[in-house]
Design a binder for this molecule. Structure first.
Ligand SMILES: [Zn+2]
Length: 203
């Protein structure tokens, strides 16, 4: 039990740190047309119970393909922690809104986990990638169902800061891609594990 908690906490802190650090990049271009003072996150970013629970739930679904409770919890944890970038809004500096809601960040977190864990746990890398997608998926879902509106993300930040619009059922496609990636990577990782075990028992 203690191991599980340590595993989840450690990796969650890494994820939140990357999301936060990545978002600082958005604060480096105060003269850009894409940056502005967003405001106190508690007032402008719509942090509600549904928002928090929804992100955790959508993220947990991403982890299902691993068939492992610790990765399912990790998926939920990663998904909500992506919003660590909102903390920068307290500084009242010009930022790119929702900077971390980017496919580029999804690739970066996957690579960082791959490097930190020396390639030994591909599932965390996949869950981290999928959690970013699940977060974006829930934000689209909430905008559509809660406000009957579309929503935008700087999907390729920091390279392209133009915002890309999503609406309606787009969230479902994004979530399915996340679930699929985690499921495929988990399957391949498991197969490799079994093969290694077989080789060990042979020798
Ligand atoms: Zn968000």
């Amino acid at each position: 039990m203690k191991d599980h908690i340590k595993f989840i906490l450690q990796n969650s802190i890494i994820f939140a740190g990357i999301s936060f650090g990545f978002s600082i990049i958005g604060g480096l271009f105060p003269s850009s047309e894409h940056t502005f003072v967003i405001g106190n996150p508690l007032e402008v970013s719509g942090i509600t119970v549904e928002h928090v629970v929804g992100h955790i739930f959508w993220g947990a679904i991403i982890g299902l393909g691993t068939l492992s409770v610790r990765y399912i919890i990790l998926g939920g944890s990663f998904a909500i922690l992506l919003d660590a970038d909102h903390l920068l809004q307290f500084l009242d500096i010009e930022l790119v809104s929702r900077m971390s809601h980017s496919v580029v960040l999804a690739v970066i977190v996957a690579i960082v986990f791959f490097i930190v864990l020396r390639g030994k746990d591909l599932r965390i890398a996949a869950v981290a990638f999928g959690a970013v997608l699940s977060h974006i998926a829930f934000d689209i879902f909430l905008a559509d169902v809660g406000f009957n509106a579309s929503t935008t993300f700087p999907l390729f930040s920091p390279f392209i800061l133009d915002r890309i619009e999503f609406a309606g059922l787009d969230w479902l496609g994004v979530e399915i891609i996340g679930v699929g990636i985690v499921a495929v990577v988990s399957y391949l990782a498991k197969r490799k594990e079994i093969r290694l075990e077989n080789n060990l028992t042979k020798t």
